[in-house]
Design a protein around this ligand. Structure first.
Ligand SMILES: [Zn+2]
Length: 273
């Protein structure tokens, strides 16, 4: 397959139990990647960041004979949420976004579900299910660090186990979704770079989020970003780790200085492919 010919959507059958259909959608100069993630046993599916081309998404869902069971939103920017409401109404399915992102953006849509921070004790230990007795749900005992990258509570849809990973930086409540060996990264991590950060505090958060992914992901993880600047979606993390210069910085300060550097070429920033 020649990626540049854009003969999409195409299907990746990984060696783990989920199919990913890559759907390239466009509006004027915007090009986004939407992903239909399918449990091959039950044909249950979820879609990531649906936008721009409603008919194309419907046709892809029909073509693959799946039951759409939910919409996963990575963050609240317009090019990632554009069709969430319409898809939720059409397919009567829930839409997930992080609670932090909802609070910051005031985003709302049909059937919106908030992904909340896991509750932890003040000593930082995660609360286990057994600990969730009512006496432990005293907020004085609990604490959450909204700015740190964190694994949120996973949930399952048939054979798909969805691990939302809070990775702030591009926005305060950005989520990457880790599903059956694949990471859907929105505007956090691209094959060729990372998302924009509005200021130094956000760049520091982004540095921590990327460091967390470097620590957590296996080299075999496939990376499915919201945009491409030339590389085909589904790159092995081993390759991204080696070739993406935003993953090479050793300090927050050097990362931040580079991410926020002046005179970045707009043509390159929006040079989607
Ligand atoms: Zn964005």
């Amino acid at each position: 397959m020649n990626f540049n010919q854009a003969n999409l959507p195409f299907v990746i059958n990984p060696d783990v139990n989920a199919q990913v259909v890559v759907i390239r959608v466009c509006y004027q100069w915007m090009i986004n990647y939407n992903y239909l993630i399918i449990d091959p046993q039950t044909r249950a599916a979820v879609i990531v960041d649906p936008a721009w081309e409603f008919d194309k998404l419907n046709a892809t869902i029909a073509q693959h004979q799946v039951t759409l069971r939910g919409v996963l939103l990575t963050h609240s920017h317009a090019d990632h949420i554009h069709l969430a409401d319409r898809i939720a109404k059409t397919y009567a399915c829930p839409v997930w976004m992080s609670q932090i992102e909802i609070e910051h953006s005031q985003f709302d849509c049909h059937n919106l579900q908030a992904l909340e921070l896991p509750l932890t004790h003040n000593n930082g230990e995660a609360l286990s299910v057994e600990n969730l007795g009512s006496e432990n749900l005293n907020s004085e005992k609990l604490n959450s660090n909204a700015s740190a990258p964190t694994l949120l509570n996973p949930f399952t849809i048939e054979g798909l186990t969805i691990y939302p990973v809070l990775t702030p930086g591009h926005t305060p409540g950005c989520i990457c979704y880790w599903i059956n060996g694949h990471l859907f990264t929105g505007d956090v991590l691209f094959a060729e770079g990372c998302g924009l950060c509005r200021n130094e505090a956000a760049a520091f958060q982004m540095y921590d989020s990327l460091a967390y992914l470097k620590q957590q992901l296996t080299p075999q993880t496939r990376i499915f970003p919201g945009h491409s600047y030339g590389r085909e979606p589904g790159q092995l993390f081993a390759n991204v780790l080696r070739e993406n210069m935003y993953l090479q910085f050793k300090t927050k300060a050097s990362f931040s200085a580079f991410r926020l550097r002046k005179n970045q070429s707009k043509a390159r920033l929006f040079g989607f492919s």
